[in-house]
Design a protein around this ligand. Sequence first.
Ligand SMILES: [Zn+2]
Length: 65
Amino acid sequence: MTNDEEDICGLCGLPGADKIPHPIRWPDEQSPGTTYVHAECEREECARASNLCKGEARRKFLAWC
Ligand SMILES: [Zn+2]
């Protein structure tokens, strides 16, 4: 079996990831670069990036979603 790397979370680097990363990310959101992430890690990274995105950039992003 060579599955070991497939469940590595691209955000925290730990195994056990089981969520496919969402395709739309905030401008400052880290791209996992892996097949799976932890839902919790993605939620936190999304919240972090969301906080960094303010004003005009935020409006544009939300309008584009
Ligand atoms: Zn993780």
